[in-house]
Design a protein around this ligand. Structure first.
Ligand code: PEP
Ligand code: MG
Length: 569
């Protein structure tokens, strides 16, 4: 079994087709005179022209129906090919180094691809495959090579090192039922195209993928991120049953995604998404999310060598604000520490990192870092409906201090004459028991609460959420945890503070009716989980949910609670 990152959910069973692609080779031929240089430049321009025509033909070819994502990829490629800088660099190399167009393009490309691959932004890194793809097109025309032709049998699963946009776009998906690649990320083309075509896919499977041979039997599980090679008949049988169930379920759930979530007795519930970057927005909306309930900002700070400055942060939040279709985006200020470390921010080793120097505690201590992030969010909030949320709040003083720094950030922007949204709404995560118990006290300082059950559960039960040895004790249905959640929702309603939940419990269908019954107004989760939870809301009533909640709150153990909730589903 091979592990990868599942980027497009679903299961496929089929035969492997190991995909090999033409690699550009340096010819090391030197040019002798001005005439040859002139001809090489002409040759390059002609190849570029043919590559552009090829893309245009793909766009207008009536036998290939392009969806929006595919069309956008081809548009980007046209722009990249037309970039005058590439032509200038290639011509300069041909002239200066007296090398042919093939070698000059390969060298120029090498630099550009490296540049993309070293970028911090995952989305930009994935764009290096656009560059490789256009280069391959031009090289093919320079060398008058033929297209590699593959014939696809029904139920083909493509196994490749990486797949370029044109590979995936031109693949006949009536026969190709899955992709698995050695490299790639969630925002790689394989991921984007596979998702948009609804084909299960895995990326980042590692070098083990090279052991797969043509015609090997493959089970590709895009939901769990697994690849079974020549599996045992029992495993095949199990997966065949899962495929039938999965197909039934997804058809049913897809029908629900555009429906507003209203219970049979008329209560409207809001569904929003948990995301970490703008590239996740479209997928989030496609599952029916109505906004962003939790933007984890840590990703912007990770995988780099220094803190992003105010402008860089501003661009990150602004892109999200502009692409959020006018919907609300709750931006959580940085939540580092605990299990999340930054390579360039030397956090001291601690005996209890989850109870230590983390999140808002760092921000209140390092006002310089905090104010930079707050200024960037305030500026971006002029471009969309952004809200600010502070994590790990344990008492009233912390909220007041954080808000004081927010006011200082506003003042600095006024002094600098920079546009921003002064009316930005402020909320907090409720993820520490003291905050949950004193929700009535904290309510006076904020306009919304978002319950972070991942941390609330670990702190209430004193169970480290990362420790597998005690994971059986990590139990959101423990009556102690439920009483805290119920109190937060009750106090929120009493003091007119909107209450959402963005911890994993929000996506657990077993908890849905109970949370509805407590009066939870908004469920925020990873997009793919929305349809299953929404279905319960659409077919359920508030009356029944309240009744379920009343029963559960009288029960004395999670075993009893879980078994009762299972019966009610
Ligand atoms: C939580 O604690 O429930 C939460 C949503 O935050 P994180 O998982 O990022 O700690
Ligand atoms: Mg948390």
């Amino acid at each position: 079994m091979i592990n990868g990152i599942g980027v497009s959910p679903g299961i496929s069973i089929g035969r492997a087709l190991v995909f090999k692609r033409m690699q550009g080779k340096i010819s090391s031929q030197l040019l002798n005179n001005e005439g040859e240089i002139f001809n090489e430049i002409k040759h390059f321009d002609h190849a570029v022209q043919l590559a552009l025509e090829e893309i245009e033909n793909l766009k207008s070819n009536s036998t290939i129906v392009l969806n929006n994502e595919e069309y956008a990829i081809l548009e980007t490629q046209t722009e990249l090919i037309n970039d005058p800088q590439i032509r200038e660099d290639v011509i300069e190399k041909i002239r200066a180094e007296k090398i042919n167009a093939n070698d000059a393009l390969l060298r120029v490309l090498d630099v550009i691809v490296q540049l993309f691959e070293n970028m911090d932004d995952e989305y930009m890194r994935a764009r290096s495959s656009d560059m490789k793809d256009i280069a391959r097109r031009i090289l093919k025309h320079l060398n008058q090579a033929e297209n590699e032709d593959y014939t696809f049998e029904p139920d083909t699963i493509i196994i490749a090192e990486d797949l370029s946009p044109s590979d995936t776009i031109t693949m006949d998906t009536t026969y190709v039922t899955g992709f698995a690649t050695q490299t790639g990320s969630k925002t790689s083309h394989t991921a984007i195209i596979a998702k948009s075509k609804g084909i299960p896919a895995l990326v980042n499977c590692g070098k083990q993928i090279h052991e797969i041979k043509d015609n090997d039997v493959i089970i590709l599980d895009g939901t769990k991120g697994l690849l079974h090679v020549n599996p045992h008949e029992n495993v095949l049988r199990e997966y065949r049953v899962m495929i039938t169930d999965y197909k039934k379920q997804t058809t049913e759930l897809n029908l629900l995604k555009d429906k507003p979530a209203i219970t049979t007795d008329g209560t409207r519930i809001v569904f929003s998404g948990n995301i970490s970057s703008s590239s996740e927005l479209e997928n989030m909306f496609s599952y029916g999310a109505e906004g962003v309930g939790l933007l984890r900002t840590e990703m912007l700070f990770m995988d780099r060598d220094n803190f992003p400055d105010e402008d860089e942060q501003f661009e990150f939040y602004k892109t999200i604000a502009l692409n959020a279709r006018g919907k609300t985006v709750v931006v959580r200020t940085i939540d580092i520490g605990g299990d999340k470390h930054l390579p360039y921010f030397n956090l001291p080793a601690e005996l209890n990192p989850f109870l230590g120097y983390r999140a808002i505690r760092i921000c209140l201590d390092r006002k310089d870092l905090f104010i930079t992030q707050l200024k960037a969010i305030l500026r971006a909030a002029a471009f969309g409906d952004l809200k600010i949320m502070f994590p790990m709040i344990s008492n009233l003083t912390e909220i007041r201090e954080a808000k004081k720094i927010l006011e200082e950030a506003k003042l600095r922007l006024i002094q600098q004459n920079i546009n921003f949204n002064a009316d930005i709404k402020v909320g907090i995560m409720i993820e520490i028991p003291s905050a949950a118990i004193t929700a009535d006290i904290l309510a006076e300082e904020v306009s919304f609460f978002s319950i972070g059950t991942n941390d609330l559960c670990q702190y209430t039960l004193a169970v480290d959420r990362m420790n597998e040895k005690i994971s059986h004790l990590y139990d959101p249905f423990n009556p102690g945890v439920l009483r805290l959640i119920s109190n937060v929702i009750e106090q929120g309603r009493k003091y007119n503070v909107h209450v959402a939940m963005c911890g994993e419990m929000a996506s657990d269908p077993l908890a849905t009716q109970l949370l509805m019954g407590m009066g939870l107004e908004e469920f925020s989760m990873s997009a793919a989980s929305i349809p299953a939870v929404k279905k319960i809301i659409l077919y359920g009533s508030m009356e029944k949910a309240r009744e379920i909640c009343k029963h559960v709150m009288q029960m004395n153990s999670s075993v009893q609670i879980i078994s009762y909730l299972e019966q009610t589903l």
